[in-house]
Design a protein around this ligand. Structure first.
Ligand code: BG6
Length: 485
């Protein structure tokens, strides 16, 4: 047995067990958690899919993927993984095909059982039904659901109520992998473990907030999925709204699942919905055309997906108002897109200008900015005005106080899936979405979907930052990415 026999023991059944997500994220995450001693190497992992692999064939798939996604693989842990993992071929739509999965679980005498639904969501209901029919659901069973959970409110409700027939809310772990990112969790520490920021964290001192999630990749292998979803449903309805919640929510009384999710829900309910008129001013959607990303010539979106009448948006930007005391009058600008200049995500808090300029030159005094960089590297910059050295009156300019996390912590930064999987195994739901949060997120998203026709599709060149300037108020401008690269 491995070095981690004291870690947590569990059954993990991965439906879609040879899929991209399982290979890229789930198995590497398990590897790391075993290495850290958190997961016991006597746990039981069952990969299920329709293919017919022998045990050896599946082990070589596992080995290939671990080697691809993990640095300096420890052969000992690789061996542990092999001995923990079993491959079962099954057609998940056939209830009779769950028997060998059940036998595998029963043979281990481990109660803590996780069914990971890493399949298209069209299979979620039949998997749930089959688990029930085979008497495989008990109180210590948890399920993990990957997005997309529906493509609108009605399909979400249908899927959710179908699943809720078989599972209690406390058994359901709905993943938004942004919540598992170390840097996103750090938002809570930044806000709730530092007094100075929280004092000014409201409409009295903050002028506007910007959230940018820019990607340089295109739609890769997911053409059909993406063309049906588009940037709004793929990124905003989930990831960007979650980031917005973490920036805007009230401090929870305790950092537990119940309190944190209650506070996020209040924000989601206070986000103003759009109507036919307001959407024209406050929302833009666009699709990329040919252009150059990092020196490489790229095709247009339509060429990428080979559909020349597609009106799917690959970029959206919007001005969001939050109607509550803390945020009244403070615009939150959100933007995200594919094939943008480069991959980076950041949250920029723009503070209000000083009320009066005492300096004789009357030169413009820039706003203080707090720039929270989430990826690819993590840093926090506080931009402040400073005097330029030397005689000749007061000359000043913005300079930045910078905290680069890589300089302060040399620990390896775990992938989001490691943290999320560890929380599922331990039954901690704080970083997972509750059904009422998703419902509220869909309700707000509908105010865009239902009024989309009042807006026009714009186009932007691949390798640019999209068309988000159109929604900015007065003297606002998007913060320019200034990585040191
Ligand atoms: C996924 C979206 O949820 O998030 C993808 O479906 C997107 O389209 C991805 O590329 C971005 O995640 P990350 O972790 O690379 O920022």
């Amino acid at each position: 047995m491995g070095m981690s026999e004291n870690g947590i023991n569990f059954n993990l059944i991965v439906f879609g067990g040879d899929g991209d997500l399982a290979c890229r994220k789930i198995y590497p995450a398990i590897y790391h958690r075993i290495r850290e001693g958190q997961f016991s190497a006597s746990s039981n992992i069952v990969a299920v899919s329709r293919n017919q692999y022998t045990a050896d064939e599946f082990h070589s798939i596992l080995e290939k993927n671990i080697t691809k996604h993990v640095e300096n693989v420890d052969p000992k842990i690789m061996k542990d993984l092999f001995s923990m993992t079993e491959y079962i071929s099954a057609d998940l739509t056939q209830q009779s095909e769950y028997k060998s999965i059940k036998e595998s679980i029963l043979s281990k005498n481990i109660k803590n059982t996780i069914f990971y639904f890493s399949t298209p969501s069209s299979l979620f209901l039949s998997i749930s039904e089959s688990l029930k029919a085979n008497d495989m659901i008990h109180d210590e069973v948890k399920i993990v659901l990957e997005k997309p959970l529906g493509h609108d409110l009605a399909s979400f409700e249908k899927l959710n109520s179908g699943i809720r027939k078989y599972f209690k809310e406390k058994q359901i772990f709905r993943i938004d992998h942004y919540l598992g990112k170390e840097t996103v969790q750090n938002l809570m520490v930044l806000r709730f473990a530092n007094h100075i920021f929280e004092l000014a964290w409201n409409a009295n001192y903050i002028d506007n907030v910007q959230i940018t999630v820019a990607e340089s990749i295109g739609v890769e292998q997911r053409k059909n999925y993406y063309d049906q979803y588009g940037a709004l449903k793929d990124m905003v309805q989930n990831h960007l709204l979650q980031l917005l919640c973490l920036v805007a929510m009230e401090p929870p009384a305790k950092l537990n699942a119940h309190n944190v999710r209650d506070e996020k829900l209040k924000v989601l309910k206070a986000v103003r919905k759009y109507d036919k008129k307001s959407i024209q001013k406050n929302f833009v959607r666009a699709q990329y055309t040919r252009g150059e990303v990092n020196g490489v010539q790229m095709q247009s979106y339509q060429e990428d997906i080979d559909r020349f009448d597609s009106t799917t948006e690959t970029f959206v930007a919007m001005k969001v108002d939050i109607d509550n005391w803390r945020w009244a009058g403070v615009p939150f600008y959100l933007r995200t897109g594919k094939r943008m200049t480069e991959r980076y995500s950041e949250i920029v808090i723009n503070f209000k200008r000083v009320p009066h300029n005492v300096f004789p030159s009357k030169k413009k005094i820039h706003r203080n900015k707090l720039i929270i960089r989430l990826q690819p590297e993590e840093s926090i910059q506080l931009v402040q005005m400073a005097k330029e050295p030397g005689p000749g009156g007061y000359r000043y300019k913005p300079v930045s106080l910078e905290l680069d996390y890589a300089d302060s912590f040399d620990d390896y930064l775990p992938d989001a899936y490691e943290r999320l999987l560890a929380d599922v195994v331990r039954g901690i739901q704080t970083l997972f979405m509750r059904e009422d949060e998703l419902r509220a997120a869909w309700e707000w998203t509908h105010s865009i979907l239902d009024n989309m026709e009042a807006t026009e599709l714009d186009f932007y060149k691949a390798g640019t930052m999209g068309t988000g300037d159109k929604i900015l108020n007065g003297d606002h401008y998007w913060h320019k990415n200034n990585t040191k690269k």
